[in-house]
Design a protein around this ligand. Sequence first.
Ligand SMILES: C[S@@+](CC[C@H](N)C(=O)[O-])C[C@H]1O[C@@H](n2cnc3c(N)ncnc32)[C@H](O)[C@@H]1O
Length: 279
Amino acid sequence: MAAAAMLHRLASRSGFIPAKHVLSAACRRHSTATADLIDHMDKKETWDRFYQQAAPDTPPLSPSPSLSPSLPRPLEWFFGFPDVSKLLLATLGAEGPPARVLDLGCGTSDLGPSLLASSSRPVDVACVDFSPVAVALLRNRLTQCPPQPRHPESCLEVLKLDCTTDLLGHFGSGSLDLVLDKATTDALLRSPGRVAAGQALRQCLGVLRPAGALLQFSDEDPDARLPWLERESRAGGGDTAARVSLQELGMLRGVCYYCYIVSPAPSSPEPPKTEAQEP
Ligand SMILES: C[S@@+](CC[C@H](N)C(=O)[O-])C[C@H]1O[C@@H](n2cnc3c(N)ncnc32)[C@H](O)[C@@H]1O
């Protein structure tokens, strides 16, 4: 447990605190991989190693009929769907046209599948991660244990995409209603110069409809996150300016979590000049 304590201190200093059971499981079995992760959270290979090693309960990526399949379990960072279900379902509303939802850097989280199973409004959920290992593990779990959509028109897919470069090309501009980001920006903020986090933010703002929203779940203090969001959302030019607000989620297992809400705010066109204003 000494390794677990050390890693928890490291993780706390980094502002990145995975749920306790993830840390302790990871520390017990995979302290090297997890320490590697803390230092290189923007690297795909690091996440591949982490998911490969931190998910020993999962069957191999190419399941062999000779092995008895044990059901893989999700790894949840920070907290799971039940802790934010009210907020998410209220954001979507009880009914309406199908909402297109993206879970950014989904890992093997159950957030997307749980939303599919819980939303009375039809949802088209895309769970996206750049780690092929995470994508394969999540697909594998969903094949073994398919979530039952609450609405018959709801659907879910798991995609391997890099959220710093691929979202606009894949989804198209102004096409999504809701982007969920649980701990992914927290990881990307540890990239050199925080560049990857800014790129991902601007990709998200680009794919959101004008009335859509990006919800970032984080334990980062508002004094740090709010100015960063405001600055970075303007960095791409007028089209990606944004409105930023905050909801405190409260204390969970001794840590205060926040939901940062970012909505695209296209720069308003110049108002037409009235005759009185003409020089
Ligand atoms: C801290 S984990 C959070 C996982 C999941 N959202 C959860 O709450 O359990 C960060 C995730 O982001 C993914 N990730 C990091 N950089 C990424 C990128 N550029 N594009 C897509 N996914 C990325 C990692 O593979 C990892 O699964």
